[in-house]
Design a protein around this ligand. Structure first.
Ligand code: NAD
Ligand code: MG
Length: 396
């Protein structure tokens, strides 16, 4: 029986994870559930899964959650406050941590899970992008098993032999190929994008996801983050990471070997497949996802990404080349710009402008410790916030 902690249980990945877990009560027991503010939803999940611990960030929400839990006659302990997520994941009973909080908010707890040697199912790509070297050092030092559930990286993981000790080159890998759907604006010209609304940006053609990652998919910053995620997960250089647009999202990614064999992982676009693969690894379990019906899909198509219309991929390769805190700065500026776009304070096309401008203004530092990451994150957030308020003044 695996005891599971789900960080971000009320989100899109959290709910897909619980859907898979509910199908296998003989294999998994939920030990921890966490949410940011969604009290009623978290209380309902506690009634269904009866975790030992539930965390909610907001103190007032915690009071309400305690009342709901008491009224339900549950003995779930409610934790709140800045350190509560870390306290919850490092509990000795916890075997496996599903990192499904969105953005930098997930870093401390995910890193704590890595330091504590837990098995980590990583959806929270921002944590890895912002603190890559620290995170991977923690995983290596503690012997933690890190399993990607981002669909592309999970696909690559499935296409690679599982041996941490050998480099990609020793495994005979020429490159990894990340597929990208191209998002909802794949066929729009740049000038058509100036007035798009948050709801249009969040209407992804193939995947139902949280709003931040949906905007990231529309700007293709999601693929930018995934390039850096692949760099850390698979120790792949920029030259070994390629992106191809594949609008149907049936091939989730590929690995090309030295002999030019290309191995791909296919499936319906449903996150329960990578989640089930990682939850049960190295076994395989039922995920609730329908079989792939290739005959009814008919055609799979591919395109080269257009770096002029979508500069995000170029930004990611440049950040990787710059190294150090450049990816941290890129991620922080993106989080600030996306929040401003969702709050109608920044036009869609300005999101990548703010990221590039922030990268040009904030000095890149070497990452030696977590503080280097946190300082770069803070400075980049301040810089991006100032740029956005200046843009507003200019636009007025
Ligand atoms: P979501 O917005 O649906 O859910 C986010 C979860 O994080 C919620 O439970 C929320 O309560 C919690 N949360 C948000 N801010 C928090 C904070 N400050 N402190 C504590 N908890 C907080 O997001 P999602 O779509 O489930 O994405 C989660 C992560 O998974 C992201 O990093 C995303 O990039 C990654 N991911 C998502 C998908 C997908 O299909 N949704 C696919 C691949 C990767
Ligand atoms: Mg992905």
């Amino acid at each position: 029986m695996q005891q599971v902690a789900i960080l971000g249980a009320t989100g899109s990945i959290g709910k897909s994870t619980l859907d898979v877990i509910a199908r296998h009560p003989d294999r998994f027991k939920v030990h921890v559930l966490t949410a940011n503010t969604a009290v009623d939803e978290l209380a309902a999940l506690c009634r269904q899964f009866r975790p030992r611990i539930a965390c909610i960030s907001n103190e007032n929400a915690a009071i309400e959650l305690r009342r709901l839990i008491q009224d339900s006659g549950l003995n779930t302990e409610i934790l709140t406050g800045p350190d509560s997520l870390v306290q919850a994941v490092i509990q000795p009973e916890v075997d496996c941590v599903v990192a499904a909080i969105v953005g930098a908010a997930g870093l401390a707890a995910t890193l704590a899970a890595a330091n504590a040697g837990k098995r980590i199912l990583l959806a929270n790509k921002e944590a890895l992008v912002m603190a890559g070297p620290i995170f991977m050092d923690a995983v290596r030092a503690s012997g933690s098993i890190l399993l990607p559930i981002d669909s592309e990286h999970n696909a690559i993981f499935q296409c690679l032999p599982y041996e941490n000790s050998r480099t990609l080159q020793q495994k005979g890998v020429r490159k990894v190929v990340l597929t990208a759907s191209g998002g909802p604006f794949r066929q729009r010209q740049r000038d058509e994008l100036s007035r798009v609304t948050p709801d249009e940006a969040c209407a992804h053609p193939n995947w139902v996801m949280g709003r931040k990652i949906s905007v990231d998919s529309a700007t293709m910053m999601n693929k930018a983050l995934e390039i850096i995620e692949a760099h850390w997960l698979f120790d792949a250089s920029s030259e070994q990471i390629e992106v191809v647009i594949h609008p149907q999202s049936v091939i989730h990614s590929m690995v090309e070997y030295a002999d030019a064999s290309v191995i791909a992982q296919l499936g319906n676009p449903d996150m329960r497949t990578p989640i089930a693969q990682a939850l049960s690894y190295p076994d395989r379990i039922e995920s609730g996802v329908y079989s792939l019906d290739l005959a009814s899909i008919g055609t799979l198509t591919f395109e080269r990404p257009d770096m002029d219309r979508f500069p995000s991929l170029r930004i990611a390769y440049e950040a990787l080349a710059a190294g150090g805190t450049a990816p941290t700065i890129m991620n922080a500026a993106n989080e600030i710009a996306v929040a401003a776009f969702l709050n109608l304070r920044l036009p869609f096309l300005r999101i990548t402008d703010v990221i590039e401008e922030t990268l040009s203004l904030v000095d890149v530092a070497t990452i030696r410790c977590l503080d280097d990451v946190l300082i770069a994150d803070k400075i980049a957030r301040e810089c991006a916030t100032n740029l956005i308020s200046e843009l507003k003044v200019n636009a007025a």
